[in-house]
Structures are given as C-alpha cells and as structure tokens.
Design a protein around this ligand. Structure first.
Ligand code: ADP
Ligand code: MG
Length: 361
C-alpha cells in the first residue's frame, strides 16, 4: 500500500487552558477529498490552519510524505487555503487577484498572464478579468478565490467553509463544481464544513469532530448507515435513537424495551450488552416503512401521526407511540402519494430488525 500523503499524528492545539484541538490523528491519501465536519467551535479551522502552517501544534506532528512539517512556513507547504470570506484583494482586478500567488513566486509576467487566463477560463470567470472584485457576486468571488489558489498548481487545496457565504441554490451548484474540479485535477482537497449535507455530498471520507476530538472517520455511506456513537447519530440527522432496557434473546439477538415498545436488533459485534442493561438503538428514518395495518413480521410499532414535513421529494412523518415514544419515518413523496397521513391518524411503523444497530455501551 502506498504511504499516506498527510499524517496528522496526535496533534493538539492549546489556547491557554482551552484545547481547541485535543488529540487528533488521521491520515489522508493523495487525491482524496476529505471533509472535516462538526459543530461550530469543534476545532475544524484550527486543524486546517495547522495543516496550512498558519498555526503550530502545541504537541504532535504533521507529516507530508513522511516528512515533519510543523516548523515549515505556510509558503513552504504548497497548500493554499481558500477562506469562507475569500480574502481577496478588493483594490485589485480579478486577473491581478488570480495572478497574485504567481507573482509572489516570481513567475515572469507573460507566464503569469497565461496561467491566470487558463484558470479564469476553467472557472468560468474569464469575462470578468478586468473587473474589481468588489463588483462581483458571492459566487463569482468564490471562483476568483479558487482560481487564485489553483493557479499555484498545488498538491493539495484547503477550503474553510467555502460555500457558507452562498445562497442555497448556488451552494448546491458550487458543491458539484468542487467535486468536478477535484476529479479533474486529481489533487487532495481538505474541506472544512459544519454542514453534514455538504460534507456527505462532496467528500470521499468525512472526519467528524466534536470538542477537539474525532468522533468518527468514514465514507459518507458508512457513517450514515452506522454511526459510531450518539453524537454522530444525532449530528448527521435522519436517525431514530431509541433508549431502553436490553434483553438478550435465545437466538442471540437483542430486544429493547422502552417508550416505543419492544423492538429487536442484532447484537453488536463488540460484546457489552447484557440483559437488564440500558442500551441505545439507532434506526435510520429512511428504513422505517408506514402501513395501515400490522403484518405481524419484523419490528412493528403502533403509533399516531404527529406532524408531516415535506422537503423536496422527501416526506418525514413524525409519530408518537402510546407509551410516549417518538419516532420518525422518511419516505419518498412518490411512495407516499396514496397514503393518507392526517394528523392523529393511527399507523404501523415497520422495519426489519437488521436495519437497526446498537451503539457501543
Ligand atoms: P471551528 O472551525 O470548528 O468552528 P475553531 O477551530 O475555529 O472551530 O475553534 C476551536 C476552539 O478554539 C473554539 O473554542 C475557539 O474559540 C478556540 N480558538 C480558536 N482560535 C483561537 C485563538 N486564536 N485564541 C483562542 N482561542 C481560539
Ligand atoms: Mg471554523
């Protein structure tokens, strides 16, 4: 196996008594698109700034191709950073902004111009070359910032909340454009975002952080299907989290007795759940079907409709059981077209036991 491109090895960053980053280790392969995701203040930007060389770790090591980077200055790292605010020079034209890094690298003017033209063309801003950046829309500025960084032809591109200043429909468009750029360029992208939909839409692997620590690393699908802990299950959304008392069944599966009634799921591979212990079961909302009547198979919970939420082509139905348990089911609008879902209506929520998983105790 090839050596990882970047190694973040037990890195911490302390500000006074506060650990902005507590103890973070992960590796990044060449050409990966990595998203650092987590709530505001969890240490994402600090981690990115340490990779960029704008901050020094208090302890631990950052390596590029096996070589310690900690003491290298930002300009020695070949890792330009695109900021949320884009940090463009407002008094310079688009072209001069894009040429800026190349000028610092003392590239001759004709070469500079050629490269800048190339990258402006590639990012669809060639027609804006002579404009001042203060005369651009948010989306256009974003493209200038990207062109300026990519004109340096770096080995990796660092992005800090690159889409958060854009309005929603533009954000979705830039998302796919970043994915396309990443695929075409083949370089490593490390992108910080607090939005799980953004991270999951773009990244090959997502690093989920909370309070300066990594909670889970994995491909979006993996994380969606199997959250490592309660924080992740809640943060990525779309999950039902049922708590109750466990009961190990004769076949080794586990029954959970709680506010939603008695439901079953496979025992986790790591030991730890015993009869009588408190346990937490996660069932993704898109795995729960709604029916008018019981079929007597799988997990079935009798409930009533509390609210129905339509977002795009997805319907989320919030339900309440007689015991006061809450659950939600997420279906496609198409599938629910002929299902009456009046508030207060009784329905049966149903899922296969294998769709649920217990969180580690
Ligand atoms: P995120 O990007 O995930 O929102 P940051 O990495 O910016 O979070 O910050 C992590 C924590 O470190 C926060 O509590 C923040 O207040 C603190 N922090 C960041 N930079 C500094 C600094 N220069 N001085 C003191 N505290 C800081
Ligand atoms: Mg930040």
């Amino acid at each position: 196996m090839a050596a990882p491109m970047i190694e973040i090895d037990r890195v911490a960053k302390q500000y006074g008594n506060h650990a902005a980053v507590a103890d973070v280790s992960f590796t990044i392969d060449k050409g990966e698109f990595i998203a650092l995701m987590g709530p505001s203040g969890c240490g994402k930007t600090t981690t990115l700034r340490m990779i960029a060389g704008l901050d020094q770790p208090t302890s631990g090591e950052i390596r590029l191709w096996g070589r310690r980077l900690n003491e290298d200055a930002p300009w020695e790292r070949d890792a330009p950073l695109v900021w949320q605010s884009y940090a463009l020079f407002p008094f310079l034209s688009v072209r001069k902004n894009v040429e800026f890094g190349l000028k610092q690298r003392r590239l001759p003017a004709t070469e500079r111009r050629k490269k800048a033209d190339e990258w402006m063309e590639r990012l669809g801003i060639a027609g804006l070359a002579e404009r001042g950046v203060d005369q651009l829309s948010g989306g256009q500025r974003q493209r200038v910032a990207l062109a300026r960084a990519l004109a340096l032809e770096p080995e990796m591109l660092l992005l800090d909340e690159p889409l958060s200043a854009l309005d929603p429909h533009l954000r979705v468009r830039m998302q796919s454009e970043l994915v396309r750029l990443h695929r075409e360029l083949g370089i490593t992208f490390i992108c910080v975002t607090h939005s799980h939909s953004e991270a999951f839409a773009m990244a090959d692997r997502v690093v989920i952080m909370n309070e300066g620590r990594i909670q889970q690393i994995g491909a979006p699908r993996e994380i969606h299907r199997r959250a490592a802990n309660r924080f992740v299950a809640e943060f990525v959304g779309g999950n039902n989290i049922f708590t109750g008392t466990a009961c190990v069944e004769a076949d080794g599966s586990i029954a959970l007795v709680g506010p939603v009634g008695t439901v079953h799921a496979p025992a986790p591979t790591e030991a730890g759940i015993v009869t009588g212990a408190a346990a937490t079961l996660v069932v993704p909302a898109d795995r729960i079907e709604l029916a008018a009547e019981s079929t007597g198979s799988g997990n079935e919970v009798a409930a009533r409709v509390v609210t129905v939420e339509f977002v795009g082509s997805t319907v989320t139905v919030f339900l309440e059981t007689e015991g006061g348990g809450e659950l939600r089911a997420q279906r496609s609008l198409h599938e629910m077209e002929n299902t009456p879902l009046a508030v207060g209506q009784p329905v049966v929520a149903r899922w296969s036991p294998s769709q649920g998983f217990f969180l580690p105790a």
